[in-house]
Design a protein around this ligand. Structure first.
Ligand SMILES: Nc1ncnc2c1ncn2[C@@H]1O[C@H](COP(=O)(O)OP(=O)(O)OP(=O)(O)O)[C@@H](O)[C@H]1O
Ligand SMILES: O=P(O)(O)OC[C@H]1O[C@H](OP(=O)(O)OP(=O)(O)O)[C@H](O)[C@@H]1O
Length: 211
């Protein structure tokens, strides 16, 4: 039997992903050692391998088959646009992709104005403004602290993740429009889906009972 390889998104989702796998009897004790610089972990008994990767790299590993299975946020799946099968909504990491800004920017979204939109998610923003709203905008890619953009006058609005809403509230900003709901998802390489279908289906059945 060959190893099934999992690429798991680092950061916010990692802890809950490992907890979920533990619930169905898939443990990888080595992975819990925070001081370790080791990159890949093996469960010999179940013939599984795991590695943690930056979120946007997870769909890349899965598309190329370097990982059979990945766990990553829906935002990352939409943004990266890789050829992978999304097979399960894992139900945690819930948040929303939203258009946000000062309240007085709301009319700019109604009148097809050529506004600037700052975001870490240029493909999601482009798809929303061009294909859903049919509004031509200038998209400005940022890498973090997106809420700064309207505050310092870089853009009229942002497209960003809202979870509790406290970052917006503490900065006098608001949700102006909701783009889509988000949560952690499981993705599978299309070839692995066929070649390892029995093992993957069994895994999905056991995970579905938990989520
Ligand atoms: N408040 C939140 N902010 C950002 N992402 C969230 C939030 N709540 C849930 N998520 C989900 O968690 C995933 C991982 O978030 P995390 O912040 O670890 O990654 P990231 O934004 O790529 O981080 P970084 O840029 O610091 O590496 C997101 O892709 C999203 O699906
Ligand atoms: O609605 P809230 O609960 O306040 O969460 C949303 C905030 O969290 C994320 O930022 P993150 O902490 O990942 O930092 P970053 O902006 O540097 O990416 C996101 O980009 C928002 O800024």
């Amino acid at each position: 039997m060959r190893y099934l390889t999992f690429a798991l998104g680092k950061g916010r989702l990692a802890k809950q992903t490992l907890e979920l796998f533990e619930k169905i009897g898939i443990t990888c004790e080595e992975m819990k050692d925070k001081d370790s610089r080791k990159l890949i972990f093996t469960n010999e008994e179940l013939k599984l391998r795991f590695f943690l990767a930056k979120g946007p790299d997870v769909p890349t590993y899965v598309e190329y088959g370097a990982a059979d299975i990945g766990v990553v946020g829906k935002d990352t799946i939409l943004e990266e646009g890789r050829k992978v099968h999304e097979v399960l909504d894992l139900g945690y990491g819930k948040c929303k992709m939203c258009v946000c800004g000062y309240k007085d920017a709301a009319p700019l979204l109604q009148h097809h104005e050529l506004i600037r939109v700052a975001t870490k998610y240029p493909n999601i923003a482009k798809d929303y403004f061009y294909n859903t709203k049919h509004q031509t905008v200038e998209i400005i890619k940022l890498n973090g602290s997106i809420e700064l953009a309207p505050i310092v006058g870089l853009s009229e609005v942002i497209v960003d993740i809202v979870e509790t809403g406290s970052t917006l509230r503490e900065n006098g900003l608001e949700v102006l429009e909701e783009v889509c709901p988000l949560s952690a998802r499981m993705i599978v390489n299309p070839v692995s889906m066929r070649m390892e279908s029995a093992r993957i289906k069994d895994l999905l059945t056991r995970l579905r009972e938990q989520v």
